[in-house]
Every structure is written in structure tokens, then in C-alpha cells.
Design a protein around this ligand. Structure first.
Ligand SMILES: C[S@@+](CC[C@H](N)C(=O)[O-])C[C@H]1O[C@@H](n2cnc3c(N)ncnc32)[C@H](O)[C@@H]1O
Length: 300
């Protein structure tokens, strides 16, 4: 059998090791993505579409574009093409059960007494995760009037952020929702068959923002719950480690953090988080300050 053509129309032009290394280096410095050389074929296929769209004939040329100042927008497109946006409503449902049983009751009580509750879906993709969090919170009843409750939904990819904000889902994206959830929080889209649109009440509980987790975070105030699921799987250990410390800083003492089923907080962060099982972690309260030193006796 002849070897496969190096420049098939599907895979695009050949991607040599030098260009791969430069693109992978950029994906790492921009978004923390760790892409091994064994993923070269995946990078080639996913970026070939960008080359075609831009009318660029080689990966060398493409690399020069994304490395240049003028290539800022294309760098975002490249990161978007290299990341995976797969998500579902109520994905890994045991996390939502945990929230409803162990976490939300105290938060609801805080809201009822005029307190503030903040939940962060970090790496929210198309919005199914943050909307599931809001729906789960409402399961115990409507919010008290003027409740200071918000789910922050952030992602590096501006396309998914815009998609989530609109909140219009094809029926095929509605799996995970019960019929009762659909009835309560979605209505059929009047302009598009087989699409459901999120209710304005639910949308008002979720704020979508474009945010690269590697950048500075502009949020002020602490979070009660952070969902960062199926995101750090693409990061190397050092990048993950930095993130655990940053999440710990923005979590309330004893706040909760949930990761995807194949993700773990590293052992050396055991002073920051206690492992509560099923990739749920709880912030360890800061150590108590040392007792005051006894007053010095005269002559000491
Ligand atoms: C597989 S989706 C996970 C969606 C959702 N959390 C879930 O578990 O269903 C991963 C998301 O992480 C986002 N992502 C990857 N790197 C990121 C970064 N550096 N900063 C913010 N988001 C990032 C991707 O754009 C993608 O939408």
C-alpha cells in the first residue's frame, strides 16, 4: 500500500516537528495547554480548517501569523480549535447531588439572611454546566427576593461564552435535563425548530465572561463553590499546581471545589484542600493564629 499522502485535503499541508513545537509552545504560553508531540496529527487536522479559511498554504506561514502581534485574534481562534468544548447538562450528576445535600442548604440560609452567594463555573464551555448549577440551586425553591446570588460562567473561548449567554440549545444538547427541568427553565425557540431557549429568570442568575485561567482574574470577592471540571486535564502539572493555589485564594474558608472525574489535586496541596471523595475538595480553613505570647515579666 502506498504511504498516505502528506497533504491530503482533510489533514491539510504537512506539519513538521519544528512548526509543531512552535505551535505547541504558543498553546502552552497562551492557555496553559500541554500538547505532546504524539498529538501532532490532531493539531494538524484541527488547524487545517483555519489554514483553509485564511487561505494560508503552509504551517510555517500560519505559525508566523499566530506568533506575530497582528495574529492576536488568530491566536484565540487557534486555542479555540485546539480545545474541546464537549459538555452536558448535569454532567457527573453525583456532584450536583452532593451540592444539594451538603452545600446548598447552608448557602440558601445565608441568602435568606441577606448574605451573598457566588458560584464559579471555570471553563464553562457552552453553558450547560453553569445553567445546571443554577437549576440545582433552584431545586429547593425560588430565590428570596433581591437575593445576592450569581453563577460566574467563564471560558477562554469567546464563541462558547457568547453561545452560553444566548442560551439556545438544539434538542441534541439537552440530554441530562429531566422533563420537569425543561418545562420549568426552557421554552421552544420560536424561530428555530428543535431548539430550546433558556428562561430569562435562569439566564439572569448566570453571568458569562471570557477569561483565560492563566491570566489575571478581575473578580473581587470570594466564591463558595468552584467547578473546574474537565479543563485542567489539558494542563501540565506545574500549571495545575499554580491553579490550585489560585483557586484556594479565591475560595471562602471551607468552600468547595469540584474537578472532572479524571482530575486530581496534587498531594503537595493537602494543606489547601481536603479530599472529600469523588473529585470534590473542600478548602482547609487557614491555620489558627498562634496564641499571644505571655506578657514579659519584669526583669525578663
Ligand atoms: C471539555 S470543556 C469542559 C466543560 C465543562 N466544565 C464540563 O465539564 O462539562 C473544557 C473547556 O475548558 C476551556 N479552557 C481550556 N483552557 C482554558 C483556559 N486556559 N482558560 C479558560 N478556559 C479554558 C475550553 O475552552 C473548554 O470550553
Amino acid at each position: 500500500m502506498p504511504p498516505p499522502a502528506l497533504s491530503s485535503p482533510i489533514a491539510g499541508p504537512p506539519l513538521d516537528r519544528a512548526a509543531f513545537d512552535r505551535l505547541a509552545g504558543l498553546a502552552h504560553s497562551e492557555a496553559g495547554l500541554a500538547i505532546a508531540p504524539s498529538k501532532s496529527a490532531m493539531v494538524r487536522t484541527r488547524l487545517a480548517r483555519r489554514l483553509r479559511k485564511l487561505g494560508i498554504g503552509s504551517f510555517e506561514q500560519y505559525t508566523e501569523l499566530v506568533e506575530s502581534d497582528a495574529g492576536r485574534n488568530e491566536r484565540r481562534e487557534m486555542i479555540s480549535a485546539l480545545t474541546t468544548n464537549v459538555s452536558n447538562f448535569f454532567r457527573e450528576g453525583h456532584h450536583f447531588t452532593r451540592l444539594q445535600e451538603e452545600v446548598f442548604p447552608a448557602l440558601r440560609q445565608r441568602l435568606a439572611t441577606g448574605g451573598r452567594v457566588r458560584i464559579w463555573s471555570a471553563g464553562c464551555s457552552n453553558g450547560q454546566e453553569p445553567y445546571s448549577l443554577a437549576i440545582a440551586f433552584l431545586e429547593a425553591g425560588p430565590l428570596p427576593e433581591r437575593a445576592d446570588f450569581r453563577v460566574l460562567a467563564s471560558d477562554i473561548d469567546p464563541k462558547v461564552v457568547a453561545f452560553g449567554h444566548v442560551g439556545r440549545y438544539h434538542d441534541s444538547m439537552m440530554t441530562g435535563l429531566s422533563e420537569a427541568h425543561r418545562q420549568a427553565h426552557f421554552t421552544p425557540c420560536p424561530r428555530e425548530a428543535n431548539h430550546q431557549i433558556v428562561s430569562s429568570a435562569l439566564r439572569s442568575m448566570v453571568v458569562f465572561r471570557e477569561l483565560n485561567l492563566q491570566d489575571r482574574w478581575p473578580m473581587r470577592g470570594r466564591f463558595d463553590v468552584i467547578f473546574c471540571r474537565n479543563v485542567v486535564i489539558y494542563f501540565d502539572a506545574a500549571t495545575q499546581n499554580r491553579l490550585w493555589h489560585r483557586f484556594a485564594e479565591v475560595l471562602h474558608p471551607e468552600g468547595w471545589m469540584f474537578l472532572g472525574h479524571s482530575e486530581r489535586v496534587s498531594e503537595n496541596c493537602s494543606k489547601l484542600f481536603s479530599n472529600r471523595g469523588d473529585t470534590a475538595y473542600q478548602r482547609c480553613p487557614p491555620p489558627a493564629p498562634p496564641p499571644p505570647r505571655p506578657a514579659l515579666m519584669k526583669g525578663e
